[in-house]
Ligand binder design. Structure first.
Ligand code: CO
Length: 495
């Protein structure tokens, strides 16, 4: 029996789920070589909300982060989360933008593309999968796991068949809200494994306290890999931590052991990072909460949601908004809750609580109702559909939504040139998704400690040697220059 493979998520989902995606490249780099040396199946380092967060909050060029992390951990395959036709945003993009994004990511060293569609509409994965394959990289098709009257095991494993037919190299059962129960995990893995030979990966969250047990069941059923993280960016709304998972597998014929001393050192290091990110970390995200089984809210959403409600001065209405989430979900055709649908449903739930149910329909809710994101798994509530038609003056979309979108890359290059921004495909795809943030990134910034002028995006990574070698002991300064951008961090040397 083959040992189970662990993918490590600490540099992406770990902090996205537990620290509102605020970990900086400088906080990652000191331990990137250590993570690289542990022999994980893959390091999830990019995609999901990290690209948005780099531009919006961290004043970082996301492609520079990828270059830096690749240079610092070259041995382990890097993995990213890609939202199919939504790329890493909330709306659909034309095929040429999706293709350019995948090609840029591949060129900057991304190895494994985990691709999903929030509605599990396979048509929304096709362009991304095709481009990943054409770039010579690994396409992992993901099935978003959710429970609803319209999500049967047969329907979910039929989606796996579609992904295999499309040319995916592996299949991920993506349980973004931690809803998978052990027996169901076992049966789903078995169902896919009995029909296909390609690797099956299970990704879950410990939100409701089920993930570790479900991983054990997945391993018994023949899954090839599971995703784990590192405390304190693990457990709770994040992935089970690697040490706990290893301990649970003691005596198991498929047990995997990564050096526990190194893992302990990493934990110590990340505890320091967590202290720096304390204001983005909520103790509520750390505890096991079976309410998640009712709300079906993914970890990243819970974490961001608490922050959002505080900003909107609605923190005291958390429970009301959460109770409204399943109502909105049913009305929008039982869509799974994963980015972007989790944000859409979350926002509509907030609006319903604030203004009264369906009194204020968000544009994105209208778009879901009209099929602009793809085919919802179940029927749209007739009242909501009527409102969506009336407010938009439009009829529902029949075919693949992206077929209605004209190519945009030539126009994006023109827009970049007109704004005096460097005209590269990297900037074009970032500008397509985050126009204001990308422009702001290139604006000269007042000199301040820790911030440097925006670097010009370069197509090829140019990793410099560490400017100062880390010395043993607490508080050693470490600096690395990549693409003219200098990353600095205080590190504790661990072994
Ligand atoms: Co996740």
């Amino acid at each position: 029996m083959k040992p189970i493979i662990f993918n490590n998520t600490v540099l992406r989902d770990g902090h996205q789920s537990l620290a509102a995606t605020r970990m900086t490249t400088a906080q990652m780099l000191p331990v990137a070589p250590t993570l690289d040396g542990l022999g994980f199946g893959a390091l999830e380092t990019w995609g999901g909300a990290t690209i948005d967060s780099c531009l919006r909050y961290l004043n970082e060029n996301p492609f520079d982060r990828l270059d830096a992390l690749k240079a610092a951990s070259p041995r382990t395959p890097h993995m990213m989360l890609l939202r199919g036709q939504n790329i890493v945003q909330y709306t659909s993009f034309p095929d040429d933008v999706v293709e350019a994004f995948v090609r840029c990511s591949a060129r900057h060293g991304m190895d494994v593309f985990r691709i999903f569609d929030a509605l599990n509409d396979a048509r929304n994965l096709r362009t991304a999968v095709r481009t990943v394959k054409a770039s010579g990289k690994h396409a992992q098709g993901a099935i978003c796991y959710t429970t609803s009257p319209v999500h049967t095991p047969e329907k979910l494993s039929a989606l796996a068949d579609e992904l295999v037919e499309m040319g995916c190299d592996s299949i991920c059962i993506k349980d973004m809200a931690g809803l998978l129960a052990p027996r169901i995990t076992h049966d789903l893995v078995k169902a896919i494994k009995s029909r296909h030979t390609l690797p099956v990966i299970v990704h879950s969250h410990e939100t409701a306290g089920l993930a570790l047990a479900s991983y054990m069941a997945a391993i018994d059923a023949g899954a090839d890999a599971v995703d784990t993280s590192i405390t304190p960016f693990a457990n709770g709304t994040g992935q089970p931590d690697t040490v706990r998972m290893q301990a649970a597998l003691a005596g198991h014929p498929r047990a995997t052991v990564h050096d526990p001393r190194v893992l302990f050192g990493l934990r110590k290091y990340f505890e320091g990072v967590a202290e720096q990110l304390a204001k983005f970390m909520s103790p509520a995200n750390d505890r096991v909460d079976s309410d998640a089984l009712c709300y079906q809210v993914p970890g990243g959403m819970l974490s961001n949601f608490r922050t959002q409600l505080v900003e909107m001065k609605m923190a005291d209405r958390f429970n009301e908004v959460m109770a409204e989430v399943p109502v909105v979900r049913e009305a929008l055709g039982w869509i799974p809750l994963v980015t972007p649908t989790s944000q859409i449903v979350g926002t509509q739930a907030m609006l319903n609580v604030k203004f009264g149910r369906w009194k204020n329909l968000a544009q994105a809710s209208i778009d879901i109702a009209l099929g602009k994101y793809g085919r919802p798994p179940g029927p749209i509530n007739p009242e909501v559909l009527a409102l969506a038609r009336k407010q938009s003056g439009q009829e529902p979309v029949a075919g693949r939504p992206a077929d209605l979108l004209a190519p945009r890359m030539p126009k994006l290059r023109e827009e970049l040139a007109a704004k005096g921004l460097p005209v590269t495909d990297e900037n074009a795809v970032l500008f397509a998704m985050f126009p204001r943030e990308t422009e702001a990134f290139y604006k000269p910034k007042p000199a301040a400690a820790g911030s440097s002028a925006a670097p010009a995006a370069k197509p090829a990574p140019a990793a410099g040697a560490p400017a100062a070698a880390a010395a043993p002991g607490k508080g050693a300064r470490f600096a690395l220059t990549v693409n003219d951008r200098r990353y600095e961090a205080t590190v504790e040397v661990i072994n």
